[in-house]
Design a protein around this ligand. Structure first.
Ligand code: AOF
Ligand code: ZN
Length: 428
């Protein structure tokens, strides 16, 4: 992603859509009734079903006549209708005459689970089609635009392209790089603490940031945390604070290379069962091969419970010392069992910590996006920081020299309530 997003947009989409009760003024830089203005409405619309369309991209479409939206649509749950079909189906013959259609992604041209959207545009008298981004899917890419032009329809391509691609980044990474997108997320005080040193657990960031986090949890397919965070915080890792008809909880993945989870006390088991491991949400626990094969685990009731429960997968880590640790983790997740478990390929992973796991992904430069919330106070702690002494004892860490650091690229900087949200990518 080479450019910064316009104010009011983020990797989570249009911020005003997430905070309708707030009067966010930053987006007003976009002129009313301009192509960008209507494309922003289409992008907002594309957020309506959360990310229930995954692994399909969540696309938005608005039909504009005389500066009014006469119809709109958002991609339905995977296998369901595409955005254009939803937008057009409520219109009668002739209603599209003289309209401008804004669609965040180029209309498709192939027969997949749905017929080609581009055919919906034929002979309807549409004046102009404005497209956010080309579709990176090679069976569509460029063909939709070409076919619209061949139908004699004026096309404008690339309006809010960076903003659309940020919202659809898991789909773009999967199509172009054939791997899941990796996003790291944390909240910190001004002095970089993730929590205070009393080992209690409380939110660092305010309610706006929390809402954004919940939105990200449903945007991404899976959340990965370390077993340390699991047994310290007992996080629920589900999606609250967000309401939409297709609200979905992500897959929960616990990184536990030494099988620490099998050693937890009955009291800890009870809290886990009630909170993080609530029935109905799927979980994967990544553990080292040696633990899975370990004789002594055979008589461990808790181990047997997790192993025989259909909501869990105990996934082996592909031990391969040649590879970076974080690549080994991600590679272990790219497997048939997990695709079958999910019912689709894993398209994105949100890594929520703690500081040790995040330090490891940062150290190995294994990420596509960073979501960082900064709260305006300091804690003065030592323990819960990136690359703290505690983490450095466990991960290979090379001290950096300021003259040699690679600065990340800030793509988004927004104020969320009393916090600052920074979204960054690697500069390349
Ligand atoms: C559109 N509008 O709303 C979306 C599109 O298997 P299918 O039929 O659902 O097609 C999936 C592909 O269609 C997907 O990989 C992407 O290229 C495109 N998605 N296209 O015209 C939409 N979601
Ligand atoms: Zn389509």
């Amino acid at each position: 992603m080479s450019l910064s997003l316009k104010p009011g947009f983020s990797f989570g989409g249009v911020l005003q859509k997430l905070y309708p009760e707030e009067n966010l003024t930053r987006q007003e830089i976009i002129l009313e009734n301009s192509d960008e203005y209507w494309m922003a409405q289409a992008l907002s619309k594309s957020m309506e079903n959360g990310c229930a369309a995954n692994p399909n991209p969540s696309v938005g479409c608005v039909v504009v006549l005389n500066n009014k939206i006469i119809s709109s649509g958002c991609t339905e749950r995977w296998g369901g209708k595409h955005a254009e079909r939803v937008a057009f189906e409520s219109l009668k013959v002739g209603d599209l005459e003289g309209t401008t259609v804004y669609v965040t992604l180029e209309p498709c041209t192939h027969v997949g689970k749905q017929p080609p959207c581009v055919e919906l545009f034929r002979n309807r008298g549409i004046s102009k089609v404005v497209i956010g981004s080309e579709d990176p899917n090679p069976i569509v890419s460029g063909n939709g635009i070409q076919q619209l032009k061949e139908m004699g329809i004026e096309c404008k391509v690339g309006v809010l392209k960076t903003e659309v691609q940020a919202w659809l980044s898991p789909f773009f990474i999967q199509q172009r790089n054939h791997r899941p997108l990796i996003a790291l997320k944390w909240a910190q005080s001004l002095d970089g603490c993730f929590a205070d040193d009393h080992d209690g657990w409380q939110w660092i960031s305010g309610i706006h940031s929390r809402k954004y986090t919940h939105w990200l949890r449903q945007k991404y397919d899976a959340i990965l945390i370390g077993v340390g965070t699991l047994l310290n915080d007992f996080p629920s890792l589900d999606v609250r604070e967000i309401q939409n008809q297709y609200k979905r909880d992500p897959l929960k993945i616990i990184y536990d290379p030494f099988g620490k989870i099998f050693q937890c006390t009955e009291q800890e088991q009870a809290i886990l069962t009630e909170k993080t491991f609530k029935l109905g949400t799927k979980q994967i626990i990544l553990i080292g091969t040696q633990v899975l094969l370990d004789e002594k685990e055979k008589n461990n009731k808790w181990f047997q419970f997790l192993k025989n429960n259909e909501n869990f997968i105990l996934q082996k880590i592909n031990d391969n010392s040649e590879n970076k640790m974080t690549n080994i983790i991600v590679e272990s997740l790219k497997c048939k069992e997990i695709d079958e478990f999910l019912g689709r390929p894993l398209q994105s992973i949100l890594i929520e910590g703690g500081p040790r796991l995040l330090s490891l992904f940062l150290q190995e430069k294994n990420y596509d996006v960073l979501h960082v919330f900064i709260a305006p106070f300091f804690l003065g702690g030592e323990k819960n920081k990136l690359f703290s002494k505690k983490q450095r004892a466990l991960i290979p860490y090379i001290f950096r020299d300021v003259s040699k650091v690679e600065r990340m690229k800030i793509v988004v900087q927004e104020r969320l309530g009393n916090d600052i949200l920074l979204e960054m990518v690697q500069e390349n």
